[in-house]
Design a protein around this ligand. Sequence first.
Ligand SMILES: [Zn+2]
Length: 247
Amino acid sequence: MAIPGVLAGASVGSRWIPPMSASPFAAPPTSVGNADAVLDGIDTRASLGPASNPNIRPMIPLGQFRDTFIIAIDDEGIAIIDQHVAHERVLFEQVMEKLTSGRMEGQRLLTPLVIEMSPAQRQTLAQHAPTLDRFGLEIDEFGGDSLRLAAVPPLLSPSQCESAVRALADDLEGLDGGSRIEDALRRIAATMACHAAVKANYPLTLDKMRYILEELRRTAYSSVCPHGRPVVLRLTRREIERNFQRI
Ligand SMILES: [Zn+2]
């Protein structure tokens, strides 16, 4: 990121992105919450548990820039955090954490959602049905071109489901039959996290900002989102002082 005067944050990769190393994580209790709590985009009850890297200082949010970036500080500088990418990362980690201890319980829809899809999309989703089931996504054929969603992952609100399922069909289509199940899991988790995460141009309360920063800290401030976009830009204390000719 070549922005004058601004350094990118420490580059700590997601522990899920490299090939999953022999599941060494003691999984802390997590909850991914349910749909009504995420209607405004952020379920503050879901948590990754204790910070995985206690050496990273907590950051204090000051506010938002253009309802899209969280501005936060600690002793060592000022950080600009992309709220969508950060929340997406947090949800991704929460989902992956949840999957290590089994499957996510789907949220049963009072009125199942019926979606028309192309034969290729329907076939792709059918192929991956057992994997999708681990996310709590229950899909079956509904005759003709239609699929029926009976249960959906708790992190997606019903209004987000249709576009998320379409995106999943497209994503999984690119995955050839020989790929490992972990690849499919990561891809599905990344797509769901992207669809469930708070969007840009969305006002947040300080509490919601604090929640995102705290959860982000638990992921060791991973600076790259599941799709590879940067999460944090930092302006260091040194740089600030140098620019004001204090050092
Ligand atoms: Zn996204």
